[in-house]
Each structure stands twice: as C-alpha cells, then as structure tokens.
Ligand binder design. Sequence first.
Ligand code: UT7
Length: 330
Amino acid sequence: MAELKRSKITAVGHFLPEKRLTNHDLEQMVDTDDEWIKTRTGIEERRILEDEDKASAYMAAEAAKEVLDQRGISAEEIDVIIVATVTPDYLFPATACLVQNYIGAANAFGYDLSAACSGFLFALTTGSSLIEAGTAEKVLVIGSDKMSSIVDYTDRSTCILFGDGAGAVLLEPSDDGTGIIDSIQHSEGDTNCALYQPAGGSLNPASEDTVAQRQHFIKQDGRTVFKKATEGMADVSLEIMEKNNLSADDVAWLVPHQANKRIIDATANRMGLSSEKVMINIDKYGNTTAATIPLCLYDWKDELDHGDNLVLAAFGGGYTWGAIYLKWGL
Ligand code: UT7
C-alpha cells in the first residue's frame, strides 16, 4: 500500500463585509445592552453583508481569490473546493460549484459540507484526507456564512451572537514534517433541536405558515447549548493533547471556534493554556459559524512561526464537535 502523504496549509484568505453592527446598534433594535452582551459573550460588534444580491458564495469566492493571490497560483490548478456553510446561496446547487464558477476553477470538483460551527474543522479533515490518499494535490477549504440571512433581529437571545464572513485555506502535500497531524470528530444527534433552523428543508418547506411563525430563523436554547459546548470543546481539546502527548508548553496556540468567550476561556483553562496563547476575535466579528477558525488563522498568520503546534477546536449545532492538531507549515 502506498504511504499516506501529510497535508499542510500553504495560504490563508478571508472576506469580511464592511458594515459593522455594534452592540449599541442592537440596543436600538431589541431589549439588550452593551454591557450584558460583552459580559455574557465577549462580542462588541459583528460584520453584516448588506448587498442583497451577494451571499455566502460571493464571500467564499473573495476569500478563495486572496488564497490564490497569496500562493501565486491560478484557479485552474485547484483540484477540489469544499465549502463548509449552513447558509448556502441555494439548497442546491452546492455553494462550492458557485465558487468554482466565480473564481474560474475549471478543473476542480466541489461540494458543500454541513456541520454548523464545526463545519470548517470537519472540512479541513476531509480535504486533508483527500491529499493523504493521493486523490488531490490542491484543495481549497472554505468556511463561509451569511448568518444575517437566518438571524431573527427581533429575538434578543440570538441576534446579538452572529455575524457574516468567510475564511479560506489552501491545503497541499507537505514534505517538511509540518501539517495536519491528527483530528478527532464527534457528533450526537440532537433530537430536541436545541440549535436549529426549523423550516426551509424538506420536512417543513417554506409556506405562509412557516414564514408567519418565523421558522426560517435560527432557534437556540442557549443555556443547553452553552453547557454542551463548554464540555464538548474542552473535552475534545484535552483528548487530542493526550492522544499526541502534548503538554500545555508544547501548544503554541489554541484556535477555538468563536461562539462565546466564556466557552473559549473554559477550554483554555482545561488545556492549561494562558490567555496569550488563545486566538480571540469574537469581539470584532461575533460568531460567523463556519468562518470563525479560518478568520482566526488569517488574523494571526503573521504571528505564527513555522513548526508551531496549533490545536483547532469547535463545537456546533448537530451536535457536532472536534479538534485538529497541526504543525504550522507556512
Ligand atoms: O456556535 C454554536 C454553538 N452556540 C453556542 O455555543 C452558544 C451557546 N450559548 C451561549 O453562548 C449563551 O447561552 C448565550 C450568550 C446565548 C446566553 O447567555 P446565558 O448566560 O446562557 O443567558 P441565559 O440564556 O441563561 O439568560 C440569562 C438572562 C435571561 O433573563 P432571566 O430569565 O434570567 O430574567 C434572559 O432573558 O439574560 C436574558 N437575556 C438577555 N438580556 C439582555 C437573554 N438575552 C439577552 C440579551 N440582552 N441579548
């Protein structure tokens, strides 16, 4: 049997809309206040894609273009495009096919991956497996979500949390020992639907009734999800450290999904990491679902050193959760 190759990230791109929705803006829209939002979540503002004719595929394509520029390659060289999203432009065709068309990746195939806030992490593992197996040499892995399209701006318990954005990475074979070393993925079917969008799928297709009942928006039992997320993200981060014999000193950075600063702090505590080793940008962008982790990698890329040990961790609707251990290869 041929030896498995390792894959590494060779470029990172992003897209953030210009419009900022601040906590003070939200104070004018629902019964909330800046102090409550900052203390309970760590969020100060989020970005909103205002153009009605643009959505997740557009943001994903802009992030992908930045990746291609950075790496100095043409779109025709891309073999695979995987887009993690819960806000695809259409139920079908896949957002990845729209991105392929936007950037001109004529030789690629692509598909979407739905794992909510763990989407990017699951997509990175999938893309990495394609390279390890020798199926592909250049894989674009993108997390893109226009959360404002499914947020109910009359529901104070959810509208304060989410923002729009996209992040993308290029995965290529690694020949220097750096790259994705291990990953752990979990899911647990949540039949109580603590976090979901009730309508728009095949069970509850759009109708006057579903619209009247505001069922096309995110519904979340925040307290239940908070508890599961805090346990899940901390447990899986510790699990991947133990599996790979990593001490807290060995870990250069935790790259956590940005859902709530309190969940991130609890994970870092369980791992024994000081706050200087934790990427946090939830204050600026809120929860951008599949885009949070690549947006962190983008914001911190100039501070990362070749060979740094990174632990990526996420928890999301489904439930889905997991962690990746990688050695930074740029
Ligand atoms: O990314 C995918 C996974 N998602 C998550 O990880 C999100 C997990 N959940 C959370 O982050 C938190 O549960 C929230 C930030 C959503 C809520 O924080 P909490 O500390 O769990 O608050 P709570 O839901 O227990 O509500 C506490 C109080 C309630 O009032 P009473 O019943 O105690 O009088 C709420 O009505 O805060 C009230 N409240 C608000 N007050 C001001 C809820 N939302 C707001 C608000 N502004 N926006």
